[in-house]
Design a protein around this ligand. Structure first.
Ligand SMILES: Nc1nc2c(ncn2[C@@H]2O[C@H](COP(=O)(O)OP(=O)(O)OP(=O)(O)O)[C@@H](O)[C@H]2O)c(=O)[nH]1
Length: 320
């Protein structure tokens, strides 16, 4: 069975920085093949033109709000993407600024061949408190934040350091999701997309799984090889409950029969699926969290909790 294509739903109020983030991501996409679905609020499609991708990979659904009026159009679009000659590694849906991202969950889960990887919501550091308290739009803004698996506090270059700390604290008190500061859409692609196996990728060698290419002091990351069978569902649940602000994790783990399963975690959301048929190699996991310093022990504990049988010595070959 083919593995479902992960879909990231990108939300956030008007002007929060969604298009900026996507453009930055596309510049760093490397070999990943990304499809971007954009929804413009209003009859004229503007956002699609602002996205710096090849036209065939950017699909605009114009004329309203993707969360309510576009169930069928979105399904048709996903069907088209699924039937593309060359498969996509990841789909991003940029919702309109007034959309409620949670409403898209149902639509995407109706689309065969796709699976929601997470809802990422941008919150403008300079305006989110005012917007959330606004008599007219406050409801929408708060519902967007409540739906988030991961909140990106955007435009962190605008407020001063003290105001930024304050808004982050305020946000932390009202959302369940981890919060990550960004400016100019500067988020490692791994946070939004995770690493993806492709048919053309060479199988990773044992002991040679590489750390993230985008090493950055603001993030801690780990790349682990895992020997022995793991319960993918238990691993996903354990990772999503970690006390550290885990932003993104993605792994392939073998079950007791040796079959590989993909595990996807975005903030507190997780899911598992059969690994792509072309996936090779043993179990491995990459994880990225906010803040430097290793949370190696916490990660190892989550992996340990998912082991199906006690591994001989240590199930972990390398941590980087
Ligand atoms: N100072 C600053 N400006 C930013 C940042 N990110 C985006 N902007 C600006 O904010 C404005 C809106 O950014 P967009 O990326 O278009 O926001 P959007 O969420 O796609 O907007 P809608 O499509 O209206 O929902 C643009 O003028 C951007 O240049 C940032 O990190 N810092």
């Amino acid at each position: 069975m083919a593995s479902p294509c992960p879909v990231t739903i990108l939300g956030g109020y008007l002007g929060a920085g969604k298009t900026t983030l996507i453009n930055r991501l596309l510049r760093q996409a490397d070999r990943r093949r990304l499809a971007i679905i954009v929804n413009d609020f209003g009859e004229i499609a503007i956002d699609a033109d602002l996205i710096e991708a090849r036209t065939r990979d950017t699909i605009s659904i114009a004329g309203g709000c993707v969360c309510c009026a576009f169930g069928n159009d979105l399904l048709d679009t996903l069907r088209t993407l699924r039937d593309a000659a060359e498969p996509f590694d990841h789909v991003l849906i940029e919702t309109s600024g007034v959309a409620l991202p949670r409403n898209l969950l149902a639509t995407v889960s109706l689309a065969p061949g796709f699976q929601v990887a997470g809802i990422v919501v941008l919150a403008d550091a300079d305006g989110i408190r005012r917007l959330a308290g606004d008599a007219y739009v406050g409801d929408t803004v708060r519902a967007q934040l409540d739906a988030a698996d991961l909140v990106l506090l955007s435009k962190c270059d605008l407020p001063g350091a003290e105001a930024l700390d304050e808004v982050e604290q305020w946000l932390g008190a009202r959302v369940r999701a981890p919060i990550l500061r960004t400016s100019a859409g500067d988020v490692p692609p791994e946070v939004l997309l995770g690493e993806h196996e492709r048919a053309s990728d060479p199988a990773p060698r044992q002991g040679a799984w590489r750390p993230f290419a985008h090493a950055d002091a603001r993030y801690g990351s780990a790349a682990l090889q895992i020997d022995g069978p793991l319960d993918a569902q238990r691993l996903g649940a354990a990772l999503a409950q970690l006390p550290v602000a885990l932003l993104r994790a993605k792994g392939l783990v073998a079950d007791a029969s040796g079959a590989l399963h993909a595990v996807q975690v975005v903030g507190r959301r997780w899911n598992t699926a059969p690994a792509p048929a072309h996936a090779r190699g043993g179990g491995r996991l990459v994880a990225i969290w906010a803040g430097s310093g290793t949370d190696r022990d916490t990660l190892l504990a989550a992996i340990g909790a998912a082991r199906i049988v006690p591994a001989p010595a240590s199930p972990i070959r390398s941590v980087s």
